[in-house]
Design a protein around this ligand. Structure first.
Ligand SMILES: NC(=O)c1ccc[n+]([C@@H]2O[C@H](COP(=O)([O-])OP(=O)(O)OC[C@H]3O[C@@H](n4cnc5c(N)ncnc54)[C@H](OP(=O)(O)O)[C@@H]3O)[C@@H](O)[C@H]2O)c1
Length: 406
């Protein structure tokens, strides 16, 4: 499937209503257009903000026929009969109300991650979606990055999955006037970026429980979590996940260790258009990777324009490089197919290709909303544990004045 804009074969073209003149739209809307979708309207509470965004994205006139602005902008969008499907691009504390309103209006809704502020909110949204029979999915676009589709396709060849290690770190100034800086608005590192690491662990290990967690919190009333790490356990193995807003040592990687080898994705969550790669070690996994990559090429997914895509290092590590690709386009295409053609969801472990011809290994259906609920419940537990566990520092001496040995 080539997602280059215009009509995309096999993908129904829907008219999208965008709730919120949000920053994320600068990535999402170009992907939407690449997937052959159209922007029918953008709604913003702020006067002028929707039109400004539409202009900035070259959507003035016919390409975005309407902008709703002001206090009733969201309800006008939801009442608009020309809107087929809604994308919730709002700050996290606004997700629940917007999703419930979209479901009540009978509009299928793709909601940005995370699905609300906590497990209770996610549960309410899932229940409303199931009761009304209106489709809901959490927009975890990283799952649609080629490198992650590929990693998941390798999952059966790993044998039993024993360990997952996932990190998403970077620098965010908690003094910024942004919802990310306030816990009550759904701010904090865990909901913003840690949610990806937990999700990855669940994709490879299945459902997990939280054994331990530690956090550093901003020292103020509505103090957000700044750096969090957690140990999770499943039936076959365990996961170490961490996230941070406090470091210049930015990374977004995961490793999966299975009986048959190890796979690593060094840039896993948002490469912003850069090429991505996967590294594997272990004979079975290496063989499966080479075979799968051949399928990937035959499926027309790789241009092979710039240098060899496959490299084997002297220590046996095989590295496969993927062309840059737009995960938002795949995400939008997948949601459009799911809305129009069937109600299939992928299995919640991320495997499964759906039963309709348009869903393939390389364009999987959305995950069921229950998956988002499960993710939120783990995030709740991590945060509760991290807030409960007192932070302590290891003293620089033994407490008796003698220095600790190295
Ligand atoms: N998938 C990804 O890669 C990715 C990347 C970044 C963010 N996200 C997700 O996308 C969502 C939006 O993130 P963003 O960075 O784009 O957010 P943002 O631009 O800071 O805000 C999004 C919208 O939320 C409303 N809003 C923000 N702060 C508010 C406040 N304090 N009070 C009332 N309304 C407020 C505004 O709506 P109006 O326009 O109506 O005023 C704003 O346009 C979040 O859920 C985030 O987790 C996903």
């Amino acid at each position: 499937m080539k997602l280059d804009g215009g009509k995309v074969e096999g993908v129904p073209s829907l008219r999208w209503g965008i709730l919120g003149a949000a920053g994320i739209n600068r990535q999402f809307i170009p992907g939407l257009l690449r997937a052959g979708q159209s922007v029918q309207t953008i709604a913003s509470h702020r006067e002028g903000a929707a039109q400004k965004l539409a202009n900035e994205l070259g959507l003035a006139g016919e390409r975005c026929p309407r902008c709703y602005e002001g206090p009733d902008a969201y309800s006008r969008l939801l009442a608009d009969p020309t809107v087929d499907v809604v994308y919730v691009a709002l700050a996290n504390h606004l997700h629940k109300e917007a999703v419930l309103a979209a479901i009540e209006a009978g509009k299928p809704v793709l909601c940005e991650k995370p699905l609300g502020l906590n497990g209770d909110e996610a549960e309410q949204m899932v229940a409303a979606s199931r009761q009304a029979g209106v489709r809901l999915a959490e927009a975890f676009m990283y799952r649609y990055l080629p490198v992650n589709l590929f990693a998941l396709a390798l999952r059966p060849f790993l044998g039993q999955v024993l360990l997952v290690r996932a990190s998403f770190t970077g620098r965010y100034d908690p003094g910024r006037p942004n919802y990310r800086s306030q816990a009550s608005l759904g701010g904090g590192a865990l909901l913003d970026i840690g949610c990806y690491t937990v999700h990855t662990a669940r994709l490879f290990l299945g459902e997990l429980r939280v054994l331990a967690a530690h956090g550093r919190f901003a020292d103020q009333d509505d103090g957000i979590d700044l750096t969090v790490s957690a140990l999770l356990a499943g039936n076959s193995g365990s996961a170490l996940v961490d996230c941070s807003f406090e470091t210049s040592g930015s990374e977004q990687r995961y490793q999966v260790v299975g009986e048959n080898g190890l796979l690593e994705v060094p840039v896993a969550y948002n490469p912003h258009g850069a090429p991505t790669s996967i590294r594997v070690r272990g004979q079975t996994l290496t063989k499966a990777t080479l075979e799968l990559f051949e399928e990937w090429r035959q499926h027309g997914q790789q241009r092979q324009a710039d240098g060899p895509a496959v490299h084997q290092a002297e220590d046996g590590t095989l590295e496969v490089r993927f062309d840059p690709a737009d995960p938002f386009a795949r995400e939008a295409a997948s949601f459009a197919v799911a809305v129009r053609q069937d109600w299939d969801y992928a299995k919640s472990d991320g495997s499964g290709t759906g039963t309709r011809a348009n869903f393939t290994r390389w364009l999987p259906p959305p995950l069921p909303p229950e998956d988002a609920w499960s993710n939120m419940r783990i995030l709740d537990a991590i945060l509760a544990l991290a807030r409960a566990v007192p932070s302590y520092t290891i003293p620089a001496d033994h407490g008796d004045g003698t220095a600790r040995g190295r």
